[in-house]
Ligand binder design. Structure first.
Ligand code: ATP
Length: 367
């Protein structure tokens, strides 16, 4: 059983600013945890402390509930896969995968059996006799994975393992990696700055900024209910609409949200009212995903936000409308297909103008 726990872990390098600042994080047995954040936010340093390649300046790293701060890397039962995985160029693929077993003194027959199993699972059985120089990037990365899993570690630590690959291969391998680690039931910590990778692979995502952990949750939780404004703005494309609003709770039980010159009236039993009512008299930031803003016809009553379209961006299956209220909306017509390109004088423009006069606002929780 491999669990990982970080308790108030801080790492300060020589220059004095903490690269990791009082991070608390629990990774459950068999869980796929992704550390996500921009370059330099400290995610690799967290991973290296779990691996034993760095020592925390303060705080505790626990593996399987035991304090591991001073445990040497080889005694941690962890296998690492990096971005620039180094395979031995003079050895065959089979020997590369078998290498950790040879170091551990495993018998040749048993070694060959394990290598065959691993190669089968990774779809590289037919290249075992080749040398790394004769492989594609994706195959090389599979070999690196093979070398990591062949020892059946209790813990996988992966640092941007796909970042040197092209996008098609990345998508393919990310499904394979998350499938494989789940099949093996191995606890995994995976570092990336790529949010698509994080949201598609993770059981839970931990988002960092400047050494500080901002939010931890399932992909749905961090996307739908981000804990901080930073996470709200960081996750998702297009960026979440973040609009300033004033909150006023009326005694006859409804709430007004004032955004610029517009007001949204929220009935008392609306779930959004619960989220904002305790901010009576305050200015807050409300977050609205573009996909939560739906175009409506001009005669629609109720909580409607008005905005003039500045421009449209077409994305094939949908279009994005950028509005002068500082918001972005996803626009689809009644048939669920994208609104036509608005060309002056053509039907598309007329229809579009009609559609976008009013936009319903569904506010998320204040970030
Ligand atoms: P990237 O995605 O670019 O690798 P990261 O989020 O993994 O970034 P880290 O590599 O953990 O970030 O680095 C966090 C901070 O710590 C950075 O400011 C970095 O310059 C600094 N840092 C990392 N390793 C060392 C070191 N050995 N000595 C001094 N500073 C370091």
């Amino acid at each position: 059983m491999t669990t990982v726990a970080l308790k108030d872990v801080t790492k300060v390098f020589k220059d004095g600013t903490p690269a990791v600042d009082r991070v608390n994080l629990d990774v459950n047995d068999g869980e796929f945890m992704v550390l996500l954040g921009p370059s330099g936010c400290g995610k690799s340093t967290v991973l290296r402390m779990v691996a034993g390649l760095e020592t925390p300046t303060s705080g505790a790293v626990l593996l399987g509930g035991e304090l591991a701060n001073d445990l040497p890397p080889r005694e941690r039962g962890a296998a690492m896969v990096f971005q620039d995985f180094a395979l031995y160029p003079h050895m065959t693929v089979g020997d590369n995968i078998a290498f950790p077993l040879r170091l551990a003194g495993v018998e040749p027959d048993r070694r060959a059996e394990r290598v065959a199993d691993v190669a089968g699972a990774l779809g590289i059985s037919d290249v075992l006799a080749r040398r790394p120089g004769q492989l594609s990037g994706g195959q090389r990365q599979r070999v690196a994975m093979g070398r990591a899993i062949v020892r059946r570690p209790g813990l996988f630590l992966m640092d941007e393992p796909l970042s040197n690959l092209d996008s098609g291969l990345r998508a393919e391998l990310r499904a394979e990696i998350s499938g494989l680690t789940r099949e093996l039931g191995v606890t995994t910590i995976y570092v990336t700055h790529d949010q698509a990778e994080a949201l598609t692979m993770a059981d839970r995502v931990a988002i960092m900024r400047k050494g500080v952990l901002q939010d931890v949750g399932t992909p749905t939780q961090v996307y739908g209910r981000p804990a901080t404004l930073y996470v709200a703005a960081f996750l998702g494309s297009p960026r979440m609409n973040l609009l300033e609003a004033s909150v006023y709770v009326h005694l006859d039980r409804y709430v007004t949200l004032t955004l610029g010159e517009q007001a949204l009236y929220l009935p008392w039993d609306d779930i959004r009212t619960r989220a904002v009512a305790h901010y009576h008299g305050e200015r807050i930031v409300i977050g609205m995903r573009a996909e939560a803003l739906t175009p409506v016809t001009p005669d629609t009553q109720g909580d409607v936000l008005y905005g003039r379209i500045r421009y449209l961006e077409h994305h094939g299956h949908e279009s994005l409308a950028f509005l002068d209220i500082g918001a972005t909306a996803v626009v689809v017509d009644e048939m669920g297909t994208p609104v036509d390109q608005p060309v002056p004088g053509e039907r598309g423009l007329r229809r579009f103008n009609q559609v976008v006069q009013r936009i319903t606002g569904r506010a998320g929780e204040p970030a």
